[in-house]
Design a protein around this ligand. Structure first.
Ligand SMILES: C[S@@+](CC[C@H](N)C(=O)[O-])C[C@H]1O[C@@H](n2cnc3c(N)ncnc32)[C@H](O)[C@@H]1O
Ligand code: SF4
Length: 306
């Protein structure tokens, strides 16, 4: 028997973003997403965003999953099953020409529900499978783990030489603000997270990606950009800026484009490499956890129930 069965499927109006809600063998539900992109002249990218836990222990106030208490961590099999579902059952007819034994997906990001590094061993096993020739044969650069900043596990990730890129969700460059946005910061304050990142860089010779979601009036001022430059300047690690996704209610609104561009320009002037990423699939509530929240509350959603 499959360890996950699909319950509900939502597709964005442009057809490029798909969200699936799965049911585990014990009745728990978990989300995963597929994002399709192709830059003009570039190769197509087919990225799965996978979950590692049912709910999350960290409780970031801007995140839909943060409002769902941790129920349990997923097994390695359940993590892999999300990816295999898209790989095996989701290949659209247009790609039918690709032989079945060639992988269709190009990337997997562990940016779904939960904190991947608090499910370390199962994540490690799942990455081992996805990277092995007997699994999906994905290279390190095709796999990305995102963490809220569990400092000891960042060091361990480097020491154990796990074959995936590592992203650290910063969202603020001072402890006061980050304690509110990413509450695990009270346990692992910024200096300990940055020290762990430096140790990761030293032990692996690789860089880290920093994630910074821009929320209007909260963390998007020029003073915030300057604090970020102070914090990570000289580390030669890129910053992925993203427009915050708005949840159904509450005070977290995405920054305006003008403010986001000014923030980005300031970082570039401070010597920081940045990418400003567009929010995707807003009409299916792109943030992971939102489809499950609606399912749990029984309210209407744009999804098709399977
Ligand atoms: C859902 S988390 C999962 C991985 C891990 N728990 C973490 O926080 O990095 C993946 C990324 O989505 C971001 N995120 C969550 N809710 C968001 C929102 N409303 N707007 C923008 N980014 C959001 C997180 O901060 C994190 O960078
Ligand atoms: S952003 Fe990440 S750590 Fe924070 S609540 Fe959401 S899933 Fe958990």
């Amino acid at each position: 028997m499959e360890c996950l069965s699909p319950l509900s499927h939502a597709v964005s109006s442009d057809g490029l973003n798909h969200k699936l809600l799965f049911q585990c063998g014990d009745g728990k539900t978990v989300e995963a997403a597929l994002m399709l992109f192709q830059k003009p002249g570039g190769r197509p990218r087919r990225t799965v965003c996978a979950s590692c836990q049912v709910g999350c222990p960290i409780g970031c106030p801007f995140c839909a999953t943060g409002r769902q208490p941790l129920e349990r961590s997923l097994t390695a099999e359940e993590i892999v099953a999300q990816v295999l579902y898209f790989e095996n059952s989701f290949r659209p007819p247009a790609a039918a020409a690709i032989p079945r034994d060639k992988r269709w997906l190009t990337n997997v990001v562990f940016m779904g529900m939960g904190e991947p590094l608090s499910n370390f061993e199962n994540l490690q096993q799942a990455i081992g499978f996805l990277g092995s020739p007997k699994g999906l044969g994905m290279g390190r650069r095709q796999l990305m783990v995102s963490t809220a900043g569990l400092a000891p596990q960042i060091v361990r990730f480097g020491k154990e030489n796990i074959q995936a890129e590592l992203a650290v969700s910063l969202h603020a460059a001072d402890d006061h603000l980050r304690n509110a946005l990413v509450p695990v910061n009270t346990r692992y304050p910024l200096q300990s997270v940055i020290a762990a990142c430096r140790e990761f860089i030293r032990s692996t010779g690789r860089h880290i990606y920093f994630e910074y979601a821009l929320f209007a009036g909260i963390n998007d001022s020029i003073a915030d950009a300057d604090k970020l430059i102070q914090l990570i300047g000289g580390m030669d690690c890129p910053v992925n800026l993203i427009f915050g996704n708005q949840l159904g209610s509450g005070g977290y609104q995405p920054s305006t484009r003008a403010v986001a561009f000014d923030f980005q320009k300031r970082l570039i002037a401070g010597g920081i490499r940045t990418m400003l990423r567009a929010s995707r699939g807003a009409d299916i509530e792109a943030g992971c956890g939102q489809l499950r929240s609606r399912w749990l509350s029984g309210s209407g959603n744009p999804a098709h129930h399977l």
